[in-house]
Design a protein around this ligand. Structure first.
Ligand code: CU
Length: 162
């Protein structure tokens, strides 16, 4: 009981930024993750979310969302990677949703299916640019040091053994 309470306290401030849920995913598998957008840019409504994908993902497929357009940019792999669905020659580099707007007071989730690398114990880093009405933007790109809390942390996903 005590432990659950402590975890809930730790989770509360982070959930106001742009964070991934769940925070952990099995290594070496297809998994669904959601980017939770808890607020806009200093009061302005959100009009775009641009997610930079970490290296090591062989697939990333955004879930379509009513009122939002999706853009996927890919980069060629140096070495083609074998997967259950054949040889993969390019990997997703960025996925963007633009549209909305999502009012500052509201909350929304942006979902994608990813193929995680088989590296349990690793943490994947997803830098995010949040764009807002009036040209404001927020860069969630800081990689927090161990035990420290960053002001504008990138979203993270910890890989665990299956
Ligand atoms: Cu926040």
């Amino acid at each position: 009981m005590k432990r659950l309470f402590a975890l809930a306290l730790l989770a509360a401030p982070a959930s106001a930024h742009v964070v991934i849920t769940p925070a952990e995913a099995p290594a070496g598998s297809y998994t669904r993750i959601a980017f939770m957008v808890g607020h806009g840019c200093a009061g302005a409504a959100t009009t775009g979310i641009e997610v930079t994908l970490p290296e090591g993902l062989s697939a990333a497929r955004p879930q379509p969302k009513t009122g939002w357009n999706i853009t996927v940019e890919t980069r060629p792999l140096e070495r083609p990677a074998p997967t259950a669905h054949g040889l993969v020659r390019e990997a997703p580099a960025t996925i963007s949703w633009t549209g909305g707007p999502l009012p500052d007071q509201h909350y929304e989730e942006f979902v994608m299916l990813i193929a995680t690398p088989n590296r349990p114990g690793n943490t994947l880093i997803f830098p995010i640019i949040q764009r807002c009405e009036g040209g404001a933007q927020h860069a969630w790109v800081e990689v927090p040091a161990e035990g420290m809390r960053a002001r504008s942390p990138a979203a993270t996903l910890r890989l665990v053994a299956r």
